[in-house]
Design a protein around this ligand. Structure first.
Ligand code: UD1
Length: 417
């Protein structure tokens, strides 16, 4: 099993190019099912979750070709509507094929995504909302078996809670339903806006009518499309933290700083200097790190996917800080490993109190989930000596070439088998 060896502590200096967004690519790939016309996608990140989604699409009958940095999808012969447990179990986003399959075939059988280390992560919101479009479903032996006998029909739906995945599944399904759908209390993550841009360019008719409300007029035809996926703001945020943590100086390129205002403002408050331009920013870390109170929230709030990373930074603050995790009920698995490296973090339910002034010590570590894994890499970057991070397959789900990108800016890091 592959591991990462990290030798701290070096200041990071140089330029990092951010890859395409995993969380935008996944729903866009799922939405491709809707169309029988040629789809060309650019800027997809080369990470495991994308490979899994492509394998899932192929299992449904999509023809996928790679041409340089592009992916060409041909669904003209796609006709299966069964997504197996083997493919959906490793990646919760597999459930995103449910909406498009129902829109295309009026029936589908999709495995439940199953449990997940960061919480129970149910799909009740997806299912209840789909039922308002005319879908009847049952859960049988771990599968959602869903049918819309008369086809999907537009409706007014208010989500009981903000959910990224449910918003995406419903936008995709409603874009091919009969009539008009209005979704309110939607998630408004930039990746959802990217999905909507993609669908509209493919011929759908979707419009934001207020901050969290969207109107979708169903269409039956799609057009050929050539689309470049947005940048990965979580990857960008992770490298911002790496710069702040190592008192480094990094230029982060291929991004739109405008949509990362919350993260940028927090890093500025913590003490970093940040200069933004249209498609890049420069961050200069400061020796002095100020304590903070942070809580995670749906966009435009602070993202839960950056919670583990910012916690590492707060371990170095001058006083104690707090983090409240308001999205997932069990997303502090990194805490035990960080404490093994000398951090002093106490958790109580969804709150963590982080004592400052930590001098991280190197250690042999175990990655548990995607973002928890990267927080261990960050801590290892400033622990003087050699740390070893095991089970990095979690990291490979969502970070493209992490060791190459970090090495290029001065980190001593290598992958060993
Ligand atoms: C997406 C992101 C993930 C991110 C999360 C929150 C992708 C592929 N994944 O996950 O990286 O951490 O948004 O920003 O884009 N919930 C229910 N019932 C449901 C659906 C969700 O109770 O039917 C709950 C979840 O358990 C969680 C909260 O709602 O507590 C938010 O989850 P959701 O926004 O749906 O996250 P995902 O779409 O799974």
């Amino acid at each position: 099993m592959q591991k990462l060896e990290v030798f701290g502590a070096n200041k990071l200096k140089g330029q990092i190019k951010i890859s395409g967004s995993k969380n935008a690519s996944l729903p866009i790939l799922a939405a491709s099912i809707l169309s029988n016309k040629k789809i060309v996608l650019k800027n997809l990140p080369n990470v495991r979750d994308i490979e899994t989604m492509l394998t899932l699409l192929k299992s449904l009958g999509s023809k996928i070709r790679f041409n340089k940095n592009k992916i060409i999808i041909d669904n003209s012969k796609q006709k299966k509507k069964f997504a197996s447990y083997n493919l959906v179990k490793t990646m919760r986003a597999g459930i995103l094929v449910l909406g498009p399959l129902l829109a295309k075939y009026n029936s589908a059988k999709v495995s439940l995504p199953g449990g997940c280390a960061i919480g129970t992560r149910p799909i009740d919101i997806h299912l209840k909302a789909l039922s308002k479009l005319g879908v009847k479903y049952k859960i049988d032996q771990g599968y959602v078996i869903a049918k819309a006998i008369k086809g999907l029909k537009g409706n007014k739906i208010k989500f009981p809670k903000i959910s990224v995945g449910a918003t995406e599944n419903l936008i995709i399904a409603a874009s091919h339903a009969k009539g008009t759908t209005e979704l309110s209390n939607c998630a408004i993550e930039p990746e959802i806006k990217d999905l909507v841009n993609f669908l509209n360019q493919m011929g759908c008719n979707i419009k934001w009518i207020s901050k969290r409300k969207i109107r979708i007029i169903g269409v039956s035809e799609t057009k050929e499309i050539n689309y470049s996926v947005m940048f990965d703001r979580i990857e960008a945020g992770t490298y911002l933290v790496a710069a702040a943590l190592t008192e480094g100086n990094l230029k982060i390129v291929n991004i739109t700083p405008e949509i990362m205002q919350t993260e940028i403002n927090i890093l500025k408050k913590i003490g970093s200097k940040i200069i933004t331009k249209k498609n890049e920013l420069t961050i200069i870390g400061n020796k002095k790190i100020k304590s903070m109170k942070i809580k995670t929230a749906p966009y435009p709030g602070f993202p839960t996917d950056l919670q583990a990373q910012i916690m590492v930074l707060l371990c170095k603050a001058n006083k104690s800080s707090t983090i409240k995790e308001d999205i997932f009920e069990n997303r502090f698995m990194h805490v035990a490993e960080l404490n093994r490296m000398g951090a002093k973090i106490l958790t109580n339910g969804n709150k963590a109190v982080i004592e400052g002034n930590t001098n991280f010590a190197p250690a042999e570590l175990m990655a548990t989930d995607l973002r928890a894994s990267v927080s261990l890499v960050l801590a290892a970057l400033i622990a003087k000596g050699k740390s070893v991070i095991n089970r990095i397959y979690h990291l490979d789900r969502g970070y493209e070439n992490i060791e190459k990108k970090l090495k290029k800016v001065g980190a001593k890091i290598k992958r060993v088998s």
